[in-house]
Design a protein around this ligand. Structure first.
Ligand SMILES: [Fe+2]
Length: 317
């Protein structure tokens, strides 16, 4: 929903934010938390319409070795209202991708967001936009990780604390981002040490606030004591795509035995690496096999934690 007074999604934008965009963290105000697209009724409707391929519901439980592991679940035949109730009382989180399939208003909103940023940030041109709705229980946390595309996190309901870390050694080893881009490492397997927090930027994110950080900055997130509803939006720009291609090529070269690999942002070496990355990626040599998931719980608002165990089965998406 556009801010009634200004017609804008961003409500405290100042001209200098355009200079900071993509280079430094931006913690700004928006109007999306007032939108009718994110009421309980709207979210319940979306959850009921979601294709199985477009959602994940997760929790964490201790395995036989005592270590917490992430688990995949299913909605079963619960109504949207029951699902929200389970999240509110439980210890689960839902990632709902592609809400525009159920209602094109979400797709329009996504395009409006980027149109507004492109109008405000000099020279910005974005593509490959994605939006995901995150609905998560009180105290749920997202471990240390980094994301490959450009990212924004929009808080709609509840409060969360976000820690942001620089995208450089030792916080982000160059080999780690390469492995992530090559699909050889799960994003949350990024090595974390508690002293990283001494260098973190910590932001308490409240409804009506959003956060944008520079490309690949590692981060972790902890919900405070209430149900959280957030959006993540993802995008590419030419520099983001070039960084992806250079890291991809560097990852291949590292596997071939090279050790000192620069992350060029321009010039002939960058284009050579982009050609290498494109050649390998589109040749199909490396093949991309969708990872199967083992689903072993069903959401249940009447069970402790908002979920109960079921006979495990394998789901391929
Ligand atoms: Fe993330």
């Amino acid at each position: 929903m556009r801010d009634v007074a200004t017609g804008h999604i961003m409500t405290d934008w100042k001209e200098h934010h355009g200079e900071l965009f993509g280079r430094h963290p931006l913690h700004l105000q928006h109007s999306l938390h007032k939108s009718e697209l994110f009421t309980d009724a709207a979210l319940a409707r979306l959850l009921e319409k979601a294709d199985r391929a477009d959602y994940h519901v997760n929790t964490r439980s201790a395995g036989p070795d005592g270590k917490l592991r992430r688990r995949e679940g299913e909605f079963g035949d619960l109504s949207g209202v029951q699902l929200l109730e389970a999240v509110r009382k439980g210890d689960i989180w839902i990632n709902l991708r592609a809400p525009q399939k159920a209602d094109k208003a979400y797709g329009n909103l996504l395009e409006d967001i980027y149109r507004e940023f492109e109008a405000r940030v000099p020279g910005l041109k974005t593509f490959k936009h994605l939006v995901t709705i995150l609905i998560s229980s009180p105290h749920v946390y997202v471990p240390y990780h980094c994301d490959v595309p450009g990212q924004m996190l929009w808080q709609l309901r509840g409060r969360k604390r976000v820690w942001l870390y620089p995208a450089s050694e030792p916080f982000l080893p160059q080999a780690a981002i390469e492995k992530l881009i090559l699909g050889e490492m799960h994003e949350t397997d990024m090595p974390f040490r508690t002293w990283f927090d001494e260098s973190a930027k910590v932001v308490d994110l409240e409804p009506g606030w959003m956060l944008h950080w520079p490309l690949n900055w590692p981060h972790r997130v902890e919900n405070q004591d209430s149900l959280n509803v957030s959006l993540t939006t993802e995008h590419y720009t030419r520099p983001v795509r070039n960084a992806y291609g250079v890291n991809y090529a560097n990852g291949l070269l590292r596997k071939a035995g090279f050790r000192t690999l620069q992350q060029q942002g321009s010039g002939a070496a960058m284009y050579a690496k982009l050609a290498l990355a494109a050649g390998v990626k589109f040749s199909g040599i490396r093949g991309t096999v969708a990872k199967p998931y083992t689903v072993d719980f069903r959401v249940d608002p009447d069970s402790p934690g908002g979920h109960r165990d079921i006979e495990p089965y394998v789901l391929r998406k």
